[in-house]
Design a protein around this ligand. Structure first.
Ligand code: ASP
Ligand code: MG
Length: 421
């Protein structure tokens, strides 16, 4: 008997009708002879609606109360799915993250899972029940308060439970058939990928692919949990994410896809003294404010006054705070000028095949040149090339790269619903 963990995203649960369809799939999985643990996200756009509601009663809602509010979304969907399962003649029990033993750090709104002690889940499974666990939430042992794991955190809940229960596979259901060579909403001939290594999926998720939350892939890789990304609207077997890229034979290593990201901003600090310790000051100040830095670029210094420019990207949502910190340091005379730009887009080409594909950086730049798209920042890793371009050039850049590296196929991708989550 296999143990399968299934996670359903909000777009798979947006109505009573969808909840019944999901329940049917769950019961069929159980009837096929498997133990089943299900993690549901909140229905449709519930989380966004709750965030809006909170903002209307308090522009700066207390973080603890925010987590009390948001965790309710997942309790609603999980209990409704449990009820739908019961109506189909199977037994189901729903649990909050806390009841399921999801233990986290105390940080409200962005807690990390530190341990999973799924005793109650195991007992219910042993009793023949289908278990439902509210995603995206846990509890901190010291504060005894509920926490949330950050947007999209149900993926991480599912993988963490799969790891703790030693499940055979963690299936992630959304509204597309799997992981594609590009966002099918931007590139109509994007192709579904059958298999990806953990490293490739990590790079795609880190480069803006929204199909899986980055942390869930990190967790899956660390605990070696195979993930399967599938659609709750079809019977396609989806995309398997498993194994290390080191084990892919050279002749099978390919370029897997193009990821895009419109969520970042670019900050340039000008006139930074080109002496040891200056970059450290910048990045320490930002780190202390828990601002995540992505790309960093430093120029050679100017001969006239031995100063340099440092450019980096960070989430737009942290842009205002980053700017405030750096402006303050500017007034204190640390440097001359800080510039902020959030009209940027990031496009990345990812694939284990890059290691054996000479000239890929040249072809990448030529593809953008042919579309008259300017590259503002450029970085490469072993299996990824990323460029920052103007935001309004991003879709074009994506299509150009997808074409250039012949990632497309004959069939048009099917998008079944909402937002790709
Ligand atoms: N409902 C939460 C969100 O929208 C968690 C999730 O969907 O995974 O971010
Ligand atoms: Mg959601």
């Amino acid at each position: 008997m296999a143990l399968i963990v299934q996670k359903y995203g909000g777009s798979s649960l947006e109505s009573a009708e969808r909840i019944r369809a999901v329940a049917e799939r769950i019961v069929a999985t159980k009837k096929a002879g498997n133990d089943v643990v299900v993690v549901c996200s909140a229905m449709g756009d519930t989380t966004d609606e709750l965030l809006d509601l909170a903002a209307q009663v308090n522009p700066v809602p207390p973080a603890r109360e925010m987590d009390m509010l948001l965790t309710a979304g997942e309790r609603i969907s999980n209990s409704l799915v449990a009820m739908a399962i019961e109506s189909l003649g199977a037994e189901a029990y729903s649990f909050t993250g806390s009841q399921a033993g999801v233990l986290t750090t105390e940080r409200h709104g962005n807690a990390r899972i530190v341990d999973v002690t799924p005793g109650r889940i195991q007992e219910a499974l042993d009793d023949g029940k289908i278990c439902l666990v509210a995603g995206f939430q846990g509890v901190n042992k010291d504060t005894r308060d509920v926490t949330t794991l950050g947007r999209g955190g149900s993926d991480t809940t599912a993988v963490a439970l799969a790891a703790a229960l030693k499940a055979d596979v963690c299936e992630i259901y959304s509204d597309v058939d799997g992981v594609y060579t590009a966002d099918p909403r931007i590139v109509p001939d994007a192709q579904k990928l059958d298999k990806l290594s953990f490293e490739e999926m990590l790079e795609l998720a880190a480069s803006g692919s929204k199909i899986l939350v980055l942390r869930s892939v990190e967790y899956a890789r660390a605990f070696n949990v195979p993930m399967r990304v599938r659609s709750s609207y079809s019977n396609d077997t989806g995309t398997l994410i498993a194994g290390s890229m080191e084990d892919i034979p050279v002749e099978e290593a390919v370029l897997s896809g193009v990821a895009t990201d419109k969520s970042e901003a670019k900050i340039t600090i000008m006139g930074v003294k080109d002496t040891p310790g200056e970059a450290a000051k910048v990045f320490r100040a930002l780190a202390d404010a828990e601002i995540n830095i992505d790309m960093v670029l430093q120029n050679i210094s100017s001969l006239d006054d031995n100063t340099t420019d440092i450019t980096f990207t960070c989430p737009r949502s942290d842009g205002a705070r980053a700017l405030e910190i750096l402006k303050k340091m500017e007034i204190e005379g640390e440097w001359k000028n800080v510039r902020y730009d959030d009209q940027i887009g990031k496009v990345s080409l990812v694939g284990a095949g890059m290691k054996s594909h000479p000239g890929v950086t040249a072809e990448f730049s030529e593809a953008l040149r042919d579309e008259d798209i300017n590259i503002e920042m450029f970085t490469t890793s072993e299996i990824r090339i990323t460029a920052v371009v103007r935001e309004h050039d991003l879709d074009n850049a994506t299509r150009a790269l997808h074409d250039k590296f012949q990632l497309g196929g004959g069939e048009a991708a099917v998008v079944y619903a909402g937002t790709g989550r």
